[in-house]
Design a protein around this ligand. Structure first.
Ligand code: SF4
Length: 207
């Protein structure tokens, strides 16, 4: 193996990988290949993928195998999610995906040092393990999951730390949606720098 392609042999624990439509944020509605890495040390109480937390129970896949699976579909957006993908050195995976012609997107709490060449960074801070301050400048979109009305102040704290060009999204925690969606709508009416992010994949019952 040549040095130039060593990254293809690097392995990651992969909980699942699938082709679907991005459900949330600025790229909602776009076809994308999702790569859900196993392992998370954040521990959100309302996490809907708790089965991702233990990296050891998920099979390892090489960058080459991941690219091979993703390349079977025509979409050329690859979304790295988790779990918490910032726990890993993502440079090999991002390099491989870009070399194969993919736009590289990541969804992260940014609670560990970010790495890799990403075209779109969705930074979703979690109260259970705060983002690293040096990661805030990576954000193209800030996605705040709103659990109760106190989260708006918390959202503003992080909005002040991202680049001016960063898109700002509020998204209800799924189980609180009936209660919190009207509250979020009113907050956005009063604070129009924010936009609504819906988990459209859950409404559509797609992955
Ligand atoms: Fe779940 Fe994501 Fe929170 Fe980890 S960071 S506990 S995967 S919601």
């Amino acid at each position: 193996m040549s040095v130039a392609t060593d990254y293809l042999a690097v392995q990651y624990p992969v909980m699942e990988h699938f082709y679907t439509l991005q459900g949330e944020g600025a790229y909602a509605g776009h076809a994308a290949y999702f790569i859900r890495l196993g392992g998370c040390d954040v521990g959100c109480v309302w996490c809907d993928v708790k089965e991702s937390w233990d990296a050891d129970v998920h099979p390892k896949m090489s960058v080459e195998a991941i690219i091979g699976a993703a390349s079977a579909y025509p979409g050329r957006i690859a979304v790295i999610t988790g779990g918490e993908p910032s726990m890993y050195d993502l440079a090999p995976l991002a390099t491989g995906l870009k070399a194969a012609g993919f736009r590289t997107h990541i969804e992260t709490s940014a609670s560990s040092p970010l790495s890799g060449d990403f075209d779109w960074v969705t930074l979703s801070p979690k109260k259970f393990k705060a983002p690293l301050p040096e990661n805030m400048s990576w954000a193209h979109e800030l996605k705040i999951v709103v659990f109760n009305k106190h989260d708006f102040q918390w959202a503003e704290t992080y909005a002040a730390l991202v680049p001016e060009s960063c898109k700002l999204y509020l998204q209800t925690e799924w189980d609180k949606r009936e209660q919190m969606t009207p509250v979020i709508l009113e907050y956005i009416r009063q604070h129009p720098q924010w936009s609504l992010s819906l988990q459209t994949h859950k409404y559509l019952n797609i992955p």
